[in-house]
Write a protein that binds this ligand. Structure first.
Ligand code: ZN
Length: 152
């Protein structure tokens, strides 16, 4: 590894990230992190959040400190490749809030339109006015007057 490090200019973290293996079993997602001596460390990953996070490593370091260079490598790896997801998640959160506000505004608009429809005076159907008996008699009386008589 030291040879590789000096030759390639790689740090252990860079090397381990480069050769990191991602796999899955019945317990969920895990990463195989290459150790410095050709051994592999199985790092458990919790992917329930926006960005996966390392939760366990089988190495002694993790046993003592509850974190180790392997979990750090995995965390750094996911933080990098999920960077846009994290940003998108933030953006999506804002967008969702904006959508909710829009929907609310739209609903308010619909209510306003509905209220206008109700408030708008109904166009009255043309009234069919029937003359009652007295009115029709009056009409014929006036029609019978000499002044109204049509010239033959
Ligand atoms: Zn470890």
């Amino acid at each position: 590894m030291t040879k590789l490090q000096s030759f390639m200019g790689f740090t252990y973290a860079q090397y381990a990230t480069q050769y990191l293996k991602i796999d899955e079993d019945e317990q969920g997602l895990f990463c195989q992190v290459p150790g410095m001596g050709g051994d592999w460390f199985k790092v458990r990953v919790d992917e329930s959040g926006v960005c996966p996070v390392a939760t366990h490593c089988r190495c002694a370091g993790f046993k003592h400190h509850e974190h180790c260079q392997h979990t750090e490598i995995v965390d750094a790896f996911y933080a990098r490749i999920y960077k846009t997801n994290i940003e998108k998640a933030d953006a999506a959160h804002i967008e969702a809030a904006m959508d909710a506000a829009d929907a609310q505004e739209e609903a308010a608009e619909m209510v306003a339109i509905a209220e206008q429809i109700v408030a708008r005076p109904q166009i009255e159907a043309p009234k069919i006015v029937k003359l009652n008996c007295q009115q029709s008699r009056q009409v014929s009386f006036f029609e019978g007057l000499p002044s109204r008589r049509k010239v033959a």
